[in-house]
Design a protein around this ligand. Sequence first.
Ligand code: FAD
Length: 399
Amino acid sequence: MNQRILISGASIAGPALAFWLARYGFAPTVVERAPRLREGGNGVDVRGQAVDVVERMGIMSRTRAAAADIIGMSFVDRNDRSLARIDMRAIQGRAASSEVEIMRGDLAAILHETTKDDVEYVFDDSIRTMDQDDDGVTVTFEHGPTRRFDLVVGADGTHSAVRNLAFGPESQFLRHLGHYFASANADPGLGEQRWVTLYNRPGRAAGIYRSGNHAGAKVNFLFRSKPLMYDHRNVEQQKRLLREAFADMPWHVPELLAGALTDPDFYFDALSQVRMASWSSGRVALAGDAAHCASPAAGAGATLSLIGAYRLAGELAAAGGDHRIAFRRYEQGHRKMVERSQSNLFIGMIAPKSTAGIWARNTVARLPLLGAMAGVERRLQPRLLPLPDYGPAAGSQPS
Ligand SMILES: Cc1cc2nc3c(=O)[nH]c(=O)nc-3n(C[C@H](O)[C@H](O)[C@H](O)COP(=O)(O)OP(=O)(O)OC[C@H]3O[C@@H](n4cnc5c(N)ncnc54)[C@H](O)[C@@H]3O)c2cc1C
């Protein structure tokens, strides 16, 4: 039952889901709009239960070997004098745990490399229409021929095309968090190795992210703004908005901007959350940011995607491919963790609204108690449902 599964999106959620589906005997196909695997983005965290998922996938040693090894954030003034530092390893409890921060592109590459022999990947294409009936879904594509699948999963990010087709326009589900974020590859020859160096003006932050395992750097920009009207697929419009927002900013911003605006992997988006009452509609389900983006400000996107993909595939296997049972159980198992992550934002710390706010942030950052306070807060978090073990014995295999 329900053997052929189409997944839209080849970033983190899509390939992770394909991995587990192939492991359980399903036949996944991944369609990705970009002509190749996208390499952009900063470090993403593999935390909590996602560590177990990555270990069960057998890719933990590769993931750890590619770790970005970031220590924390260093706040500087316009003359590069240090104002304060935050050791993020202590705050996240990373130093004494097996959790990993890894460049998003490196994690995507590991997932793709691990799955490419067992999974059909189609790059440079996108779903155009989906037509569900009792037995399956007929899918037409922008370029390829019409095909028939048993199930479709949208793992195509915050602006998911699958969600648009099956659930309606994104305006119903996207919650704007009052900021825009951009990231690009550039090497201005600035910033400290293994630190994110940040310069602030009220409501704006420009930064250099220099990981421990890459020669180049990532440059980042965050600015406060009410919702802006632009086409999220039009990169030139996004670049113009970024240029305008940072036009008068001192420090090294002019050269960071110059580098970012010429990078082909330039990434720009609103900080927003996806909130939905349900993650499935008939034979179509959503995974990762498409279902429940917590925003880069939560630092949980990759973790949630890895866990959600594990649960979705595992529930399908456990239910013998019955999507009605599996989609319900996937949601029951995963939602609590999503809600917890969506309420855990730290935007205010990165781009305080006012000069006084920047001063207060720097003062708090100098307190030695910050790591201990975060540890207490972590221990007070509500307990999550344990990660199920969906071995082949957990349920019947698809026939
Ligand atoms: C280039 C890039 C840079 C990022 N940078 C950061 C960052 O710096 N910090 C951070 O916290 N998060 C970043 N993210 C988001 C982060 O990857 C996610 O929050 C998290 O890893 C969950 O991933 P996901 O697979 O659900 O979605 P995403 O990582 O958003 O991936 C969605 C995938 O679907 C593809 N896609 C989109 N539309 C279609 C379509 N119509 N048809 C087929 N494929 C489609 C996209 O090209 C992409 O590969 C970035 C994402 C991308 C794609």
